[in-house]
Structure formats: structure tokens, C-alpha cells
Design a protein around this ligand. Structure first.
Ligand SMILES: [Zn+2]
Length: 282
């Protein structure tokens, strides 16, 4: 299913437009070709599926006892997988989309919805390359500085806009700057958010990180410069992303790791695709 998508996408790309509101529309075709075209596009627009981990190969994060969205910082697994997450969205890089498609790399986008206005088609392309669009607020404030109603507008507003544009209402939230309080978790739940996905490593792509320099990589706990199984890597949509992405893919492969889709390691109760009760190993 996944393997066919890029080819079909190329075939259909010439006929795929994106309406001002963001939904793709079929341009009128002469000669009554709409029906076959629609058939092709339904494959392009279908949700991409990524390989699921083997039952028992990881410890699924659990719901929080207080009933609010739990905060996930990495995934407990022995498999040599890492999870690439990319935040914000104020730059556009067509070469990056091509790379994600060609290399078939699972990524997860935390979209700041104000950037849909300029780059709506870009994120459509990435959505169709397999990246879900999850919630990173409307305008990227520090949530703890806002009263409850302001926080709620930021989270519900972004979810409303993303659902309208991309046909999927976010269930996973990442607070800007990693900053949140209990109010954030309460209002996020009210907006339909089921978990907060943080990170434990950062690739400072296109910028400099403290002590690691330009395009540096850092572990949050300072434990060396190598990947560890289950790392969640923070990156950003910045200028030069395609080249930066090649760089981190090179590091991942050199160390014998592979990128995997984090949503397949999160139970449905947390906004992912994994069963809520993991299957028993065969
Ligand atoms: Zn951000």
C-alpha cells in the first residue's frame, strides 16, 4: 500500500489542485475522465500506513492515572528505532517532500496552524507522504503565560484548523518550548488531545544548539552523542531542511538505527494506532 503511493502521486500530481481552503479539488477534465482519475486520487489521498512494531517489542506508554493526557518523552524498546518529529512550519522546501517520499521516511509534524496560510499545500504534500499533522498551537506562545481560556483557544483553534485543512483532528499535542502546566493538560483534553509528545533528543538543524554547534545533535540527558532505542528526536521546519534531513538519516543509518512511526507505538487511547491492550506474543 505504502509502496505504490509515490508513483500514483506523481501520475496524479498534475491533476491535483488545492483549493483556497486547503482541500484538494479535482480540476475539470475534458472527455469524461473524472471517474478513473478519482480512483487514482483516492489512493493518493488515502492515509499512508507504516509498519507496526511486533507485539511485545516495546512497552506502550500508558494513560495517566489523573485522566489527563500523559506526557511521553521517549518509547521504551530494545529495537534500534528512532522517531523523527518536526515542529512549527514557517519554511517551505519542496526537495524535502521529495526526499521523504523517495526514502519513505516516517516523520510526525507538529504544526503551528498559523503557517497553514502560506504553506498549506506543502503540508498537504507531507501529509500524503505519510506525516500526520498534529497540534503545536495556533501561534506558538509560551502556554504557561496564558490564562485557561487563552490556552484553550491556542489548542482547540489549531485542532479546528488542521481538521478543516487536512481531514484529521489532532489527538497529540506538543507545547511550544516544551512549556506547559496542569491547565494546559486540562484544556488540551477538552480539545480532544489524548497525549503530549515531547522529545529526549534534538537535532539543531539549521541552527546552533548549546555546546553542540551548528547542525548539532544533543541528548536531553547529556549522555553522549549517539542514538538510543526509542529516542524521540526534535527537529524544525527550517531553511535547508532537505540537506539537514540527509545528514540525520546518515547518522541514523551509520549507527544501525532506522526511523519508525511513533504513532504506531502509541495506543489508541493516547492518539496513536497501537492496540490499547497489546497483543500477546505468538
Ligand atoms: Zn515550536
Amino acid at each position: 500500500m505504502r509502496g505504490k503511493t509515490p508513483v500514483i502521486a506523481m501520475v496524479a500530481a498534475g491533476a491535483l489542485g488545492v483549493a483556497a481552503g486547503g482541500w484538494p479539488v479535482l480540476r475539470a477534465q475534458a472527455g469524461g475522465t473524472e471517474a478513473p482519475l478519482r480512483g487514482e486520487l483516492s489512493a493518493v489521498l488515502a492515509d499512508t500506513t507504516w509498519p507496526a512494531p511486533k507485539p511485545g517489542s516495546w512497552t506502550p506508554p500508558q494513560p495517566s492515572p489523573d485522566g489527563l493526557p500523559p506526557v511521553v518523552r521517549n518509547i521504551q524498546t530494545q529495537d534500534r528505532v528512532v522517531f523523527l518529529t518536526i515542529d512549527d512550519g514557517y519554511t517551505y522546501d519542496a526537495e524535502f517532500v521529495n526526499l521523504v517520499r523517495k526514502e519513505r521516511v516516517p516523520i510526525l509534524t507538529f504544526l503551528t496552524s498559523t503557517y497553514i496560510k502560506g504553506n498549506g499545500q506543502y503540508f498537504w504534500a507531507l501529509r500524503n507522504a505519510g506525516s500526520k499533522m498534529e497540534n503545536h498551537t495556533v501561534s506558538h506562545p509560551n502556554m504557561v503565560t496564558l490564562p485557561p481560556e487563552g490556552q484553550k483557544r491556542q489548542i482547540c483553534g489549531a485542532s479546528d484548523e488542521i481538521a478543516k485543512q487536512y481531514g484529521y483532528r489532532p489527538q497529540i499535542f506538543r507545547p511550544p518550548f516544551g512549556s506547559f502546566n496542569d491547565t494546559t493538560r486540562q484544556v488540551a483534553r477538552d480539545c480532544g488531545i489524548k497525549s503530549f509528545l515531547m522529545w529526549n533528543t534534538e537535532f539543531y538543524n539549521g541552527t546552533s544548539g548549546p555546546g553542540v554547534g551548528f547542525n548539532g545533535f544533543a541528548r536531553g540527558d547529556g549522555s553522549g552523542k549517539n542514538f538510543q532505542p526509542g529516542d524521540i528526536v526534535l527537529m524544525h521546519y527550517r531553511k535547508g531542511l532537505a540537506e539537514q534531513f540527509k545528514t540525520i538519516l546518515g547518522w541514523i543509518r551509520q549507527q544501525g538505527f532506522r526511523p519508525a512511526a511513533v504513532e504506531n507505538y502509541l495506543p489508541r487511547a493516547l492518539g496513536g494506532n497501537a492496540p490499547d491492550k497489546p497483543g500477546k506474543p505468538a
